[in-house]
Design a protein around this ligand. Structure first.
Ligand SMILES: NC(=O)C1=CN([C@@H]2O[C@H](COP(=O)(O)OP(=O)(O)OC[C@H]3O[C@@H](n4cnc5c(N)ncnc54)[C@H](OP(=O)(O)O)[C@@H]3O)[C@@H](O)[C@H]2O)C=CC1
Ligand SMILES: O=C1O[C@H](COP(=O)(O)O)[C@@H](O)[C@H](O)[C@H]1O
Length: 545
C-alpha cells in the first residue's frame, strides 16, 4: 500500500481564472485555442445552468476511476462543473482503483483524460493546474477493508477545509459485480453513517442482470444504505431533451387533452446507434441489448412518455407516477415473447460507404455468439389512458445513424373530405442529435387543386443559443445537491426488470437453452431485422429517421 503524502491539502473549489459564468458563446469563442480555451477566454460549450442551490462542501469518491466511463465522461463532467463555479465553496475528488499510483501520477492521469476527452469543456488558462489540486488517489482490493479505511482517512483530511463536515458522494463506476462488495465495504467501515455529514452512493447500470439479481442487489445495498441515500444513475434522464419531454407535457395545456387513447394511435421510441462494440466485448457479451439499453434507458423514456401528470416536480411524485405506469404494462410471459419482441444481431455490412465487420467478427466476441445487438418490443398498458394504444420500442447497434427519438403518432382524422388518403400527425421529440421537437401535419399545397401535403413545424433546441450540458454534469450536481428526481427508485427498477425478464428468459443464451436464433439477421448499416417490420405492421411503419 502506498504511503500517504503527509502535507496533503484539500483543494477548495473555485471557478477557474477568467471563467465568465452565464456568458453566451459567440461564433468566435467556439474555436478552441491550443489548450482548449475559447479564443476570447469564454467557455463556449456550457449552457448556463440554472441552479439556485450550490452543493455543500463535499468529497466525491470515484471507485473505478481508471475505467472508460470515468475517463471519458465523469472527470470531464466534474471538471466542467468546477470550472463554472458550480461545486460550492469546497470540493475534492478521491479516485479509487486497483492500480498502484501516487497522487501525482493520478493527477497526471486525470489531466490527460481531460485533455483527450471529447466531452471536456473549453479549458480556461490555468484551470488544469488548479483542478489538479482537488485530486487524490487510493488503491487496493475492493473486497478488503484496507482501501475503505484509506478512503475514510481522505474524508478526515478534508474535514477542516469542508467546514467540519464529512459529506461524501461515493460513485461506483466499476463492473456491476463490484457494486455489492463496495457497498458492503463502505458499510463495514462505517462510511455510510451520516452523523458527521451526508453520505450518498451513486450506482451505475446495469443494476442487476435480471429481476432476481436486481432484487438481491437492492437488498444488499439496503443492508447498508437507506433508499434516500441511493442514487441509481441512468444517464438518459440527465439529457436536457428527456427533461424537456416533461416540460412540454406538463408545462403546456394543449398537449394533455390529446395524450391518450382517444387521439394517439401508437407511440414509437427509437434509440439507434451507428457504433458497434467499441472494444466492450467483455461487457457486452454478458449484457446484450436488453440489459444494456432496453431495461434502463428505453424503459425510462417509455415511463416518462406514458406516466400520468405528477402532482409536483419532485422526486417522489415523479417516481410514483413512473412506477405506476410501469406496473400497468401488460406482462410478457414466455409464451408471448415471440408475439411482442424481435431480436437481432448485426452481420458484416457497410457504414458511410466503408465495410465494417459483423458482431461475431468484433474483437473478443465468440464466433458463434448468440448475443442480441437489436431489440424491438411492443408494450401495451392496461390503464384507462392507454388502453389499446401500443408503444413500440426499438434499439440497436450498427444501425444507419445515431438517433434517439420519441414519436407520438396520432390517429387519422375521422373523415377524409379531401382527395387522397389521410396521414397521421406526429409529434416527435428528438432526444439526440439535432435536439428539438417537431409536429408533422397536413396542409394545402399552393395551387388551384385542394391537394394536401405533409409539412413540419420544427422547434430546434439550438434556438436557445447554448450548447447542451453533458447528462453526467446534470446528474452529478443533482446527486451532490441531494435531488433524486432524475434517479430511478428501487421499485421503478424492479418493475422495469419485471417487464423485460420474460424476454430475457426466452432469449437465454446459455447453451442448450432456448431456440437458436438465426444470427446474424441484419447487416450493419441497415435498420434491423425484417421481423421488426412485421411487429409494428401491417397498418403502421417504423419511422424513417
Ligand atoms: N463506459 C461507458 O460508456 C458506460 C459505462 N457504464 C457503466 O459504468 C460502469 C463502469 O464502466 P466502464 O468504465 O466502461 O468499465 P471499465 O471496465 O472500463 O472500468 C471499470 C473500472 O473498474 C475497475 N475494475 C474492474 N475490475 C476490477 C476488479 N476486479 N477489482 C477492482 N477494480 C476493478 C477497472 O480497473 P482497471 O482500470 O484496473 O481495469 C476500472 O477502474 C459499468 O457499470 C458500466 O456498465 C454506463 C454507461 C456508459
Ligand atoms: O449506457 C449506454 O449508453 C450508450 C448510449 O448512450 P448515448 O447517450 O450515447 O445515447 C450505449 O452506447 C452503451 O452501449 C450503453 O452502455
Amino acid at each position: 500500500m502506498k504511503e500517504k503524502i503527509a502535507s496533503q491539502t484539500v483543494g477548495v473549489a473555485q471557478p477557474a481564472p477568467g471563467a465568465k459564468k452565464g456568458s453566451r458563446p459567440s461564433a468566435k469563442s467556439r474555436k478552441r485555442t491550443a489548450d482548449g480555451a475559447g479564443a476570447d477566454g469564454q467557455n463556449p460549450f456550457r449552457t448556463t445552468m440554472r441552479r439556485s442551490r450550490a452543493p455543500e462542501p463535499a468529497t466525491m469518491v470515484i471507485f473505478g476511476v481508471t475505467g472508460d466511463l470515468s475517463r471519458r465522461k465523469l472527470l470531464p463532467a466534474i471538471f466542467g462543473l468546477w470550472q463554472d463555479g458550480l461545486l460550492g465553496s469546497a470540493f475534492n475528488i478521491v479516485g479509487v482503483g486497483r492500480q498502484e499510483m501516487t497522487d501525482d501520477e493520478f493527477k497526471d492521469y486525470a489531466v490527460k483524460a481531460l485533455q483527450e476527452s471529447k466531452e471536456t469543456d473549453a479549458i480556461q488558462p490555468g484551470s488544469l493546474e488548479k483542478f489538479r489540486e482537488l485530486l487524490f488517489y487510493e488503491f487496493g482490493e475492493f473486497g478488503e477493508d484496507e482501501v475503505y479505511d484509506l478512503v475514510g482517512q481522505e474524508l478526515d483530511r478534508a474535514e477542516a477545509a469542508h467546514g467540519g463536515r464529512k459529506n461524501a458522494l461515493f460513485y461506483l463506476s466499476t463492473p456491476p459485480s463490484l457494486f455489492e462488495p463496495i457497498s458492503n465495504g463502505l458499510g463495514r467501515l462505517g462510511l455510510a453513517d451520516q452523523s458527521e455529514g451526508w453520505r450518498r452512493i451513486v450506482i451505475e447500470k446495469p443494476f442487476g442482470r435480471d429481476l432476481d439479481s436486481a432484487r438481491e442487489l437492492n437488498a444488499a445495498i439496503h443492508a447498508t444504505w437507506d433508499e434516500s441515500q441511493v442514487y441509481r444513475i441512468d444517464h438518459y434522464l440527465g439529457k436536457e431533451t428527456v427533461q424537456n419531454l416533461m416540460a412540454i407535457r406538463f408545462g403546456n395545456a394543449i398537449f394533455e387533452p390529446l395524450w391518450n387513447r382517444g387521439y394517439v394511435d401508437h407511440v414509437q421510441i427509437t434509440a439507434a446507434e451507428d457504433l458497434g462494440l467499441e472494444g466492450r466485448a467483455g461487457y457486452y457479451e454478458e449484457a446484450g441489448i436488453v440489459r444494456d439499453m432496453l431495461q434502463n434507458h428505453l424503459m425510462q423514456l417509455f415511463a416518462l412518455t406514458a406516466m400520468e401528470p405528477p402532482a409536483a416536480f419532485d422526486a417522489d411524485a415523479i417516481r410514483d407516477e413512473k412506477t405506476k405506469v410501469l406496473r400497468a404494462v401488460k406482462p410478457i410471459p414466455l409464451d408471448r415473447v415471440d408475439q411482442v419482441a424481435v431480436r437481432g444481431q448485426y452481420g458484416p455490412g457497410s457504414m458511410d460507404g466503408e465495410r465494417v465487420p459483423g458482431y461475431r467478427e468484433e474483437p473478443g466476441v465468440k464466433p458463434d455468439s448468440r448475443t442480441s445487438t437489436y431489440v424491438a418490443v411492443k408494450l401495451e398498458i392496461d390503464n384507462w389512458r392507454w388502453q389499446g394504444v401500443p408503444f413500440f420500442l426499438r434499439t440497436g447497434k450498427r444501425l444507419p445513424k445515431k438517433v434517439t427519438e420519441i414519436a407520438v403518432v396520432f390517429k387519422r382524422a375521422p373523415l377524409g373530405i379531401f382527395p387522397g388518403g389521410l396521414e397521421r400527425n406526429v409529434l416527435a421529440f428528438r432526444i439526440q442529435p439535432d435536439e428539438g421537437v417537431s409536429l408533422k401535419f397536413s396542409s394545402k399545397s399552393p395551387g388551384q387543386e385542394m391537394v394536401l401535403r405533409e409539412v413540419v413545424m420544427d422547434f430546434r433546441y439550438d434556438a436557445f443559443g447554448a450548447q447542451l450540458e453533458s447528462p453526467y454534469s446534470r446528474l452529478l450536481l443533482d446527486a451532490l445537491i441531494g435531488d433524486a428526481t432524475l434517479f430511478p427508485r428501487e421499485d421503478e427498477v424492479d418493475h422495469a426488470w419485471q417487464i423485460v425478464s420474460g424476454i430475457l428468459q426466452a432469449w437465454d443464451v446459455r447453451p442448450g437453452k432456448g431456440r437458436t436464433p438465426d444470427f446474424p439477421n441484419y447487416a450493419a448499416g441497415t435498420w434491423g431485422p425484417e421481423d421488426a417490420e412485421a411487429l409494428i405492421g401491417p397498418d403502421r411503419r417504423w419511422r424513417r429517421l
